[in-house]
Design a binder for this molecule. Structure first.
Ligand SMILES: [Ca+2]
Length: 403
């Protein structure tokens, strides 16, 4: 009895509620309700997937008083050199084992300098490319000399972070005793499994690399991610005092943001819509391929090969952790993005806050995906945000409005 009453109740109620239409109409309504339910579930999933990022809050001190600002969580820009692992190849390329003398290009017959790996005062190990120099003392890594000429003097320097990073400014490599005649900069997006060229450097690009020489400042928005060969840093004549070789991140940014990066919105707009552009400035590893040392002239002086070698005193890599807007801090030692510190008060100037509110977009990163368990729902931030945030907010708003 109870079972029959329970079973018959829905039919009776439905007929009364809808004014007694046919059974076919009732079934159609049920199917419509089910379809609507599944559509809502689908849209909810879309919001979950596309529209989330972490909000961080900072206390901003202005002339009018203190206010809280909300912004997408992004690690700060910083020098990555002290966190990079350096590997030089081939083994034994570093000077000093056995001890050896070397000369300089400026005074090729004054060969009183010595490299000795067993003497800390005369050793030039790889870590001197990333140390903090104090008291004006320049420290540098140095290779063996080119005593096996005409066999090429080749050296690879691999820089690894075990983390996806985004360039925020120029890479700068400082060479003591002359910049290389030929060199290639490469990068990896997959922890060193595969490599791709980033920039070529030579005193004669057509001869060394078969490429037409270009300068980064000649690039345009349509070809800002082109891999170029530049002769700007490799020619000896007129550049004796210059030590730095650059990868010109800022110059490439200016193709979108204009002089002095005044129009950053234009840059972010490009980042939003162009994964290739975002990936261009992303890397996990960098590799320098040193192919020919500085000559100090136009030809190799065979009777004095002790003046040819590579020496690097510093490598600057300004970048930020790629945390996909999920974290404001990154533990660079192990490459883990830490969960957003949502209420960390920080006193900053208005201009600093404005700069900080221009985060770069992020692709998927396996580390951050693992740590995205405590995501908050989307809110339109108080201060203007970077590209990915605004895109996600727009997407979310569009999805919600359709429901
Ligand atoms: Ca140094």
């Amino acid at each position: 009895m109870l079972s029959r009453n329970s079973y018959s109740m829905p039919t009776s109620l439905s007929f009364e509620f809808y004014g007694g239409p046919s059974l076919v109409s009732w079934l159609a309504l049920v199917m419509l309700a089910r379809a609507t339910f599944f559509l809502l579930v689908l849209l909810h999933i879309l919001v979950q997937v596309q529209g989330q990022y972490e909000l961080c809050k900072s206390l901003l001190k202005t002339d009018e008083g203190s206010v809280w600002e909300q912004h997408a969580c992004q690690p700060k820009n910083q020098s990555m050199k002290e966190y990079m692992r350096i590997r030089v190849e081939p083994p034994g390329i570093t000077c000093g084992n056995p001890p050896e003398r070397f000369c300089t290009l400026e005074n090729p017959y004054l060969c009183s300098d010595e490299c000795d790996a067993s003497n800390p005062d005369l050793a030039h190990p790889p870590q001197l490319m990333q140390d903090r120099e104090r008291g004006g003392l320049v420290t540098y890594w140095q290779t063996q000399t080119w005593r096996r000429y005409p066999e090429p003097l080749l050296a690879n320097i691999t820089l690894s972070w075990n983390k996806s990073l985004e360039l925020t400014d120029d890479i700068e490599i400082t060479f003591e005793y002359g910049r290389p005649t030929a060199m290639a900069l490469e990068k990896s997006l997959d922890y060193g499994h595969t490599w791709q060229p980033y920039q070529f450097y030579a005193d004669d690009c057509p001869e060394v690399f078969g490429m037409v020489p270009q300068r980064a400042r000649d690039l345009t928005p349509s070809n800002a991610t082109r891999v170029i060969c530049t002769e700007l840093y490799s020619r000896w004549v007129g550049a004796k005092g210059d030590k730095v070789v650059r990868f010109e991140t800022r110059t490439r940014f200016t193709t979108f943001a204009g002089h002095r990066l005044r129009d950053m919105d234009s840059l972010w707009a490009r980042f939003e819509n162009n994964k290739g552009l975002r990936d261009f400035f992303t890397f996990t590893d960098l590799r320098l391929r040193l192919l020919k040392p500085a000559l100090g002239g136009t030809y190799v002086q065979r009777d004095n090969l002790l003046k040819y070698f590579y020496a690097i005193s510093n490598i600057e890599v300004p970048a930020r952790c790629k945390c996909n807007l999920h974290a404001s801090r990154c533990v660079l030692e192990d490459g883990i993005c830490s969960v957003c510190a949502s209420t960390t008060p920080r006193a900053r100037t208005a201009s600093a806050a404005k700069r900080a509110s221009k985060p770069k977009s992020g692709n998927q990163d396996r580390t951050c995906q693992l740590l995205s368990a405590h995501l908050t729902h989307v809110h339109r931030p108080v201060l203007p945000l970077g590209p990915t945030v605004s895109v996600m907010a727009t997407l979310t708003a569009a999805v919600i409005s359709t429901t």
